[in-house]
Design a protein around this ligand. Sequence first.
Ligand SMILES: [Mn+2]
Length: 227
Amino acid sequence: MPECERDEVGNVVNHLSEDPREFYERCHRAALTIHNRKAFPVFIGGDHSISAPLIRACKETHKHLTLIHFDAHTDLGEWDSSATHHHGNVMSRVLHENPELKIHQIGIRGFAGAPSLNSRCHVVCQREIDVDLNGVLSKSIPRDRTCYISLDVDVLDPSFAPGTGTPVPMGMTPSTLFRLLEAIARQNRIVGIDIVELCPGLDRNDMTTSLIFHLLMCLLGWAHESR
Ligand SMILES: [Mn+2]
C-alpha cells in the first residue's frame, strides 16, 4: 500500500490549533476508508469523544447496528449541535446522530437508582454483574445482532487499570470483562471496535496497556471466529 494511503488510516493526529470538528471529520473519514475496504476497524484512543464519528461511519456501513458500550459512566451528558462535544456527552451525540441505534451500556456505576432513563439505552449496572454474572450472560446481552463495541477503559476496576483519566471504584475485574466480551463476540457479529480513555501517562508499569492489548487480541480472535 502506498505511504499516503497507509497514513489515511494510521494515526489520526489531533492538531492542537485546529477546530475539533475537523479532527472528528478526519476520524469519520478514516473509519469509512477502513469499512469501504471491507477491513475490520479497530480504534484506540484517547478521549471517548472520538467514538461518535467512528460509530456514525459504522452505522453508515451497517444499517442494522447495535452498540455495546462498556463504561463506568453512561456518557449521556447534554449535547446539541451548539454544545461542546466531549467524553461526558459522547453517547448523547451518538443517540442524536443515529436515530434507530440502540445502546447496551454495561458496567455502569451509579450512586442510586437507574443511571439512565433513555428508552434506547439498555443499562446493565456493575452491581447487577457482581450479584449475578451468569444471569447477565444468559439474559442481558444481545444475540444474533451486528454489533460495534465501544470500550472505555474505566469500566475496569482502577486496581487493574489505573491508566485512565476518570477512574471509578468498584469496577469490573478483567476476568468478568473477558467473559462478557467472549459471549458477546461469539453470539453476535462484531463489525468494529474502539477502546478509549487509555492514558499511558497515568499508568503503572504499563499494566493497563498490557491488559488492554491482551484483551484486544483475544477479542479479535473471538470476533474472527464468529464472522
Ligand atoms: Mn466513556
